[in-house]
Design a protein around this ligand. Structure first.
Ligand SMILES: Cc1cc2nc3c(=O)[nH]c(=O)nc-3n(C[C@H](O)[C@H](O)[C@H](O)COP(=O)(O)O)c2cc1C
Length: 163
């Protein structure tokens, strides 16, 4: 799970996101899709910089908090916040953090596709990710996968191969 964060003179903003992907490696670029109605989306277009915080397995509560419409999510945050090189809020304890500079904002129906260059990246190789699967948040892969899930995935794969 991811939380995108940014900062404007009106304060800090952040939203839980799963519509994220790497775009190109050279140059390093990513994209995030945010609803037009998202306050974080408006703040990112104003600030032109943001952070992508890839949440660690023990940060499911953070994903829940940033998925709400609370006016000041940062005051209820259970983890410390640091400032990145561009002044954006960076969540402590994340698996990985990318600091990004917005280059393009492309409107597509209800959402805006935000394309950004990656300025810097920090990664903690000892951590594993919080996972969103079948409409539920999980503290890592282990809690989600049981034998039934494994069988289902294998069956779908074999069926796609024509077996
Ligand atoms: C698991 C999960 C994934 C989400 N992914 C996205 C997403 O990719 N894009 C988006 O616009 N909203 C997404 N949301 C919804 C936002 O987090 C939610 O609308 C939030 O209240 C936006 O906050 P804001 O208005 O303060 O920016 C997701 C929510 C959850 C629980």
């Amino acid at each position: 799970m991811l939380v995108v964060t940014t900062s404007t003179p009106d304060g800090d903003f952040g939203a839980t996101v799963n519509a994220f992907t790497a775009l190109t490696l050279e140059p390093p670029q990513v994209l995030v899709c945010l609803a037009r109605t998202s306050r974080t989306r408006a703040a990112i277009e104003e600030a032109r910089v943001f952070a992508v915080n890839v949440l660690a397995a023990d940060q499911v509560a953070v994903a829940r908090l940033f998925a709400t419409a609370e006016p000041d999510k940062f005051s209820r945050l259970p983890v410390p916040v640091r400032r990145g090189a561009t002044g954006v809020p960076v969540l402590d304890g994340a698996l990985c953090t990318l600091e990004c500079r917005l280059t393009d904002a492309i409107a597509k129906d209800t959402h805006i596709v935000l394309i950004a260059g990656v300025i810097r990246m920090r990664h903690d190789p000892m951590k594993t990710p919080a996972v969103f699967f079948r409409s539920r948040l999980y503290e890592g892969f282990g809690a989600a996968a049981g034998p039934e899930e494994g069988d289902w995935a294998a069956a779908a794969f074999l069926s796609a191969q024509g077996s």
